[in-house]
Design a protein around this ligand. Structure first.
Ligand code: SF4
Length: 369
């Protein structure tokens, strides 16, 4: 193969033709000009690949969900994701990141080496290449506000400072955390409150109402009280805040003919989200000024790194299918479609009654401009 160099326009066009099909929508979805397509290639893909198809570069500001097949189940275009840390000290028992992470997510959460230099370089390159303005998400595969990492290293604060300096590179910024308490500190609040930072949204994941349930499923994550108090503080400071009730868990409140499995106590699992819990959470969100509720049903990675989740939920997922065989899709066990729909529609109905919008997680991502 003659060596192609993406810095030569005609070579770059050949390379774009050869990117794997799952990445094609990144170039095609938004009617980018040829120049913009070349910028996208030059930022994300190898400059002089040794073989085709070309592979992604190792960027800190990476493509959102680079493993997803955009030609099939995730019809997304260009979108950035910045994972500030590696691993996560919250070690939620159901953590979906274990489906694709190199190590079990709770194993040795740490800072990324050269984070600050690499971040500055990536932002410089986005600008220099002229990558089209697109949404930025922090962070899908870790928590940006891990108490011990962020209080020691302040890399999320650094990232927010740099983003605020070059905010025009991104059309919107979404921050995702289970520890919003840190974002309520003055340095973060003042950055988030800058007019030039808008639109910026803080999404707080709070799947439970009762803290004893949180202690079982997310033993190392911040308390519910701390999250709710911080949500109030954020909204009082005029920061757009959304609540993720995520994951939406299996529930004994769904009719037995729809859920298939026995009551959760049969599997030694505390009932995670009773109807009363969901009503209380959603009412709280509404009264606190939260803009939207977002959720998606629980899925369990089949990876061995999710061994704990598989032991906890294996029998329940199996029993939820009449033939007693679990369904695997995209590397995860899924609940039956009709059961997922019942879970989603029960939350949507509460949101409708409480007059607060509800969005399915994937829809929220795909429609965020
Ligand atoms: S907060 Fe998110 S990334 Fe961290 S362990 Fe929990 S589910 Fe995984």
């Amino acid at each position: 193969m003659p060596q192609l160099d993406s810095f030569i326009d005609s070579d770059c066009e050949t390379l774009i033709q050869n990117v794997p099909g799952k990445f094609k929508p990144v170039f095609e979805k938004r009617n980018h000009s040829d120049k913009e397509k070349r910028a996208v290639y030059r930022y994300f893909f190898s400059r002089r690949p040794m073989k085709l198809p070309p592979s992604l570069k190792n960027r800190l500001i990476n493509l959102y969900d680079p493993l997803a097949d955009r030609s099939k189940r995730f019809p997304d275009g260009l979108r950035f994701c910045l994972n500030v840390y590696a691993g996560c000290e919250h070690t939620c028992k159901y953590c979906y990141v274990n489906g694709y992470s190199r190590e079990s997510v709770g194993y040795s959460p740490h800072v990324k080496s050269g984070f600050r230099e690499k971040l500055v370089k990536d932002m410089h390159d986005i600008k220099y290449f002229g990558v089209p303005v697109s949404p930025l998400h922090l962070s899908n595969s870790t928590d940006i506000c891990q108490e011990s990492l962020e209080t020691q290293y302040r890399n999320t604060l650094f990232a927010l400072q740099k983003i605020s300096e070059l905010r025009t590179l991104f059309s919107s910024v979404v921050l995702l955390t289970k520890n919003p308490r840190l974002l309520c500190e003055d340095e973060y609040i003042s950055l988030l409150n800058r007019q030039s930072m808008r639109p910026v949204v803080v999404q707080v994941t709070c799947a439970f109402w009762r803290d004893e349930v949180r202690r079982f499923y997310e033993p190392d994550a911040p308390s519910i009280e701390s999250r709710l108090k911080s949500i109030k503080l954020l909204t009082e400071n005029n920061i757009d805040t959304e609540m993720r009730i995520d994951p939406l868990m299996p529930s004994s409140d769904i009719a037995e003919e729809e859920r298939g499995h026995r009551r959760l106590n049969h599997y030694s699992l505390p009932e995670p989200q009773t109807r009363e819990d969901l009503v209380s959470l959603i009412r709280f969100a509404k009264s606190a000024g939260v803009k939207t509720i977002i959720g998606k049903p629980l899925k369990i990675p089949v990876s061995n790194k999710a061994a704990q989740a598989k032991i906890m939920f294996g029998a329940l997922f199996r029993d939820s299918f009449p033939i007693g065989k679990r369904k695997v899709q995209g590397g995860s066990w899924r609940l039956p479609e009709c059961y997922q729909k019942s879970i989603l529609s029960s939350v949507a109905a509460i949101c409708e009654k409480e007059e607060i919008p509800f969005k399915f997680c994937k829809y929220d991502v795909l429609t965020r401009k």
